[in-house]
Design a protein around this ligand. Sequence first.
Ligand SMILES: [Zn+2]
Length: 263
Amino acid sequence: MSQMTLLRVSVLALGVAACWEGARDAPFAAAPRQIPPPPFSGTIFIDPDIITAADPTTFQSLTAKGQGLRTMFDRRVNNWIQVQAYLFDVTFSDGLATEVQVNPEFSSSSSAQVEAEKYATVIGRLPKALRTNVATVWIHKGVQPFGGGNNNLLIHVGQAALYENDGILEETFVHEAAHTSLDAAHAGSPGWIAAQTTDGTFISTYARDNPTREDIAESFLPYLAIRYRSGRITPALANTILQTIPNRIAYFDALALNMLPIQ
Ligand SMILES: [Zn+2]
């Protein structure tokens, strides 16, 4: 009995002490809210099987148009170049079309066509919503990062070989095409900003460090994975995605994007 009384007194004393501490802190600014750390460094690496070479493609036709003067971005010189590119009109079975522009360093129309057809086939595996604004595709040699935006997808084939070895060529295109077709309408939209705020963290450090430029692209592949490829990823990975960006997932859901040929 006396022990119990003692315990009650101790608890009471602790409670009073805590209140007093709070009162003392009140005049000062609140400590910054701790942002939970992003679970990934970059999301193109989270799983190589989200889209694979065995998945269907909407690529339908490729027509060689000869060579023509085009302005392309080349990461090897980190600048725009003007070249007599090998040109190919590509159509997809869902009505979309793009012009593939191949750097003349590939030295023959036939070798350029091999590259154009290869990447058109891969790009055709992307959801329609991500191909919508892909007006052109640039293909260069070299080991340099891919690029999105500019109504374009930028490819350096040396880098593509590395992505293929890791099984993440399609996953990387999802990231880049999200830049091309989703950033302009959504990266700065009030709904997206609100989702970022409510989630309170980012899916990757790359998104966290570039919140206006990379967050849509970094979040979309994980979204595709949990909504359309849950059978191909581990439950642990699915859970991490769902726990980290639930409001961004809800944002993408509400867009009701055309995801074909992925379903
Ligand atoms: Zn990016």
